[in-house]
Unconditional design. Structure first.
Length: 222
């Protein structure tokens, strides 16, 4: 999609109208404060791969925050203090080796055109991470959304927590956490998205994740 930025913008504007984007923003505020914050220190440098509308990177607390995406609206979506790089995500040449403490990616790997592109991205992520740095990856688990997975025109690679874990291990990561079921598949889910309900969902994860989760969450350490 990096070569089709105009189509990218049209697709996502249609998929996520302003009302749904506002709801997503509230959900991500809770996710960052009540779940993802445990993996990130305030002193860390954090890189958000496929940052989209910057819902994660805008709300996570870190010393340095970097967003990378081909979305032409990236800079306007980034909060003050977030470094926005509108570029093909496989090209992280602007970052030095070992300069990032945590890499995060949500619902992005499946959008890459093929596994060769995903391999190249994982290799780049491994390069820019510090020794002991972490990759946090979440995305739709094809085991639990086998048909609906293909309702999105820009989905190309079917993935599960197992296949993502195998891929990361191929590039030298140690898998520290692997959840086959984490969040519901999409904000368009029938589940309410009020912040207090999302907080309850996270707090009751041992019960709620297996019942409603259709996205994997994998943590790999370099």
């Amino acid at each position: 999609m990096d070569a089709e930025s105009g189509d990218f913008a049209k697709l996502y504007q249609a998929r996520f109208p302003s009302k749904e984007r506002a709801a997503k923003e509230l959900v991500w505020q809770v996710l960052c404060s009540h779940f993802f914050a445990r993996y990130i220190r305030p002193s860390d440098t954090v890189l958000d791969i496929g940052a989209g509308y910057c819902e994660f990177i805008n709300h996570i607390r870190a010393a340095r925050r970097i967003a990378v995406d081909a979305n032409p609206e990236l800079a306007s979506c980034a909060a003050p203090g977030v470094e926005a790089h509108c570029t093909a995500v496989e090209d992280l040449s602007f970052l030095e080796a070992g300069s990032v403490d945590v890499v995060f990616s949500s619902n992005f790997f499946e959008h890459l055109p093929n596994k060769a592109a995903l391999n190249a991205l994982i290799a780049q992520i491994h390069r820019v991470l510090t020794p002991g740095g972490k990759l946090l990856a979440m995305g739709p688990n094809v085991k639990y959304v086998p048909g609906a997975y293909w309702d999105y025109y820009d989905h190309h690679i079917p993935l599960t927590e197992v296949s993502v874990g195998e891929l990361l291990q191929l590039y030298g990561f140690r898998i520290e956490e692997s959840l086959p079921r984490f969040m519901p598949y999409t904000i368009k889910s029938r589940l309410p998205t009020a912040p207090w309900i999302v907080r309850c969902y996270l707090a009751l994860g041992r019960i709620s994740f297996p019942l409603f989760g259709k996205q994997f969450f994998v943590v790999g350490r370099k």
